[in-house]
Design a protein around this ligand. Structure first.
Ligand SMILES: [Fe+2]
Length: 300
């Protein structure tokens, strides 16, 4: 049994230790990758450290999202990127997403306060938002979701490349992940992934659930009235990924078959060229329930 747990898995094209899927390291200080566009900008790094400390404290002390006073540069970036995304959403996003975005009244003028969005979600689907200092380790992330909390960042990408971010930021989270949380089927799908991940100590099962999530929640396409629409947050928050995902001849779009999905690796650092189309959210939920039963994870 131990030998099996310690076996090597392949993720992002490289071998990883199955144990780190189950017990990932905690990151206690802000780390920007060497190619990060904000790295030489002292004011940006200072602001990022300030928000990192504030959001981490609010997360660990379970205080809910802090109210952030956004500065002029952060507001400028929001006002530049969100209308461009909204044009693309109106044409290509799933109805589930568009309805939720309207109901949440997310505007192109002011950066929304997560605290207010969280209150609204609680009333609608009993989900809430957890302030996150940055990308959390996968397992930690899903432990919050098992408890119906969705971790969301509150910092904004660097202004030199407003349409690009090397890490999930407020625009990715707020315009990608938050709106669908208003949908009950989506919320139940997500919390079931969270409960399953939080309840298994087998690295290969965590990896399979992570891939299920990646190809649905993060980069999923969905059929709606005979058309293919976008519902994955990673696509919805990128002006490049939306047209790429639907129209690029370099992208493979296959029907969502769970056994294929959980055995498909991906590279989060690149434009995605391998996507799956799900017929509906209830379909995904049934597939996930089947997988969880097969894995014998006792959460149903
Ligand atoms: Fe994401």
């Amino acid at each position: 049994m131990w030998m099996k747990e310690a076996s090597t898995l392949i993720e992002y094209g490289a071998p990883i230790d199955a144990r780190t899927m189950v017990a990932p390291p905690d990151v206690t200080e802000l780390e920007l990758e060497p190619s990060h566009p904000g790295l030489g900008d002292e004011e940006y790094v200072r602001r990022r450290k300030e928000l990192f400390a504030l959001c981490r404290r609010h997360r660990l002390e379970r205080l809910g999202p802090p109210i952030i006073r956004y500065n002029a540069e952060e507001t400028r970036i929001w006002r530049e990127v969100s209308p461009k995304l909204d044009d693309l959403h109106q044409k290509h996003a799933s109805q589930i997403y568009l309805k939720a975005k309207r109901d949440l009244a997310i505007t192109q003028e002011e950066i929304p306060q997560l605290r207010h969005l969280s209150d609204r979600l609680r009333r609608e689907t009993e989900m809430h938002l957890v302030p996150a200092e940055g990308a959390l380790p996968y397992r930690t992330f899903y432990e919050y979701i098992a408890d119906r909390g969705f971790p969301v960042t509150q910092f904004i990408r660097h202004g030199s490349h407003p349409e690009f971010t090397p890490e999930p930021d407020m625009i990715h989270d707020c315009l990608g992940h938050v709106p669908p949380l208003m949908n009950r089927d989506y919320a139940e799908l997500l919390t079931l992934i969270g409960k399953a991940v939080a309840s298994t100590d087998r690295g290969e099962q965590v990896l399979a659930l992570k891939r299920f999530s990646w190809f649905s929640i993060e980069f999923g396409l969905i059929e709606e009235a005979g058309e293919v629409k976008v519902f994955g947050a990673g696509i919805l928050s990128s002006t490049g990924e939306i047209p790429n995902s639907l129209f690029s001849p370099a992208v493979t779009r296959r029907p969502f078959v769970t056994d294929v999905v959980i055995n498909t690796d991906y590279d989060p650092a690149r434009m995605q060229d391998n996507l799956f189309v799900a017929p509906s959210l209830p379909f995904l939920r049934r597939e996930l329930e089947g997988l969880v039963r097969r894995f014998e994870i006792p959460v149903l």
